[in-house]
Design a protein around this ligand. Structure first.
Ligand SMILES: N[C@@H](CCC(=O)N[C@@H](CS)C(=O)NCC(=O)O)C(=O)O
Length: 220
């Protein structure tokens, strides 16, 4: 039997931590969570104890008789969950749908730099618009079109019907679009409603709101 330990940064701001935590929690995959706070004063030097990239999230997989394995990349953690728990349906079943889902998850993982850079995830922030660049507006347009197309194709409530990896990848964007009032597109409204109804999302937010730490650079 495998033992999974997921290291995360915090719940208010750490968007990369949210992704695997949300998917693993929503899919009822058993894991131990270790919250290791950011420490800007040292450049998060202590992360090196569990993450070779000095970033979170990091997943440690322990299996009897084998060397522990560490995965310090969110999308690779999610892929590994799909491998270890194929019955959880974290990717769509059909190869063609799975290919589209993988493409969208990769697009999120390796793109949307405007939105990610200017509009940090912040669970406790009250909604209010900020000045944003054209790059952010372009990212928002692309996200609106992905969500609209996928909700239409799948019938919702998530991008491929049931909640899966691709939804975990886009989850932090739901918060960003809402708190910076970046979109009033109907697909964004519908998807936000579905995400916020997820018990795993509600658990994450509840715990985020209890955190006292303030990261100035993430307070846009
Ligand atoms: N490509 C990584 C990105 C991870 C990442 O940037 N994590 C942030 C927190 S959300 C971090 O650890 N930042 C600390 C640093 O950059 O030193 C992934 O997908 O997991």
């Amino acid at each position: 039997m495998v033992q999974l330990t997921l290291y995360i940064g915090n719940k208010n701001y750490s968007s990369w931590s949210l992704r695997p935590w949300l998917a693993m929690t929503a899919a009822a995959i058993p894991f131990t969570e270790i919250l290791s706070r950011f420490d800007e004063s040292t450049g998060h030097a202590h992360f090196i104890k569990f993450s070779p990239t000095k970033k979170v999230p990091a997943l440690v997989i322990e299996e009897e008789g084998k060397e522990p394995v560490t995965i310090p990349e969110s999308l690779a953690i999610l892929e590994t969950m799909a491998d270890l728990y194929p019955q959880k349906g974290l990717w769509p079943e059909s190869p063609a749908e799975r290919a589209i889902a993988r493409s969208l998850a990769s697009e999120m993982h390796g793109g949307f730099f405007g939105l990610r850079g200017e509009c940090p995830m912040n669970m406790r922030r009250k909604p209010g618009a900020i000045e944003v660049s054209d790059a952010v507006r372009k990212d928002v347009k692309r996200i609106e079109s992905i969500w609209q197309e996928q909700l239409q194709r799948s019938g919702g409530p998530f991008l491929f019907g049931e909640f899966g990896i691709v939804d975990a990848m886009f989850a932090p964007v739901v918060n960003r679009l809402e708190i910076y009032e970046l979109s009033d597109h109907p697909a964004v409204k519908a998807y936000t409603k579905a995400m916020k109804a997820l018990p795993a999302w509600q658990d994450w937010v509840e715990e985020a709101l209890k955190e006292p730490w303030v990261v100035e650079e993430d307070e846009a």
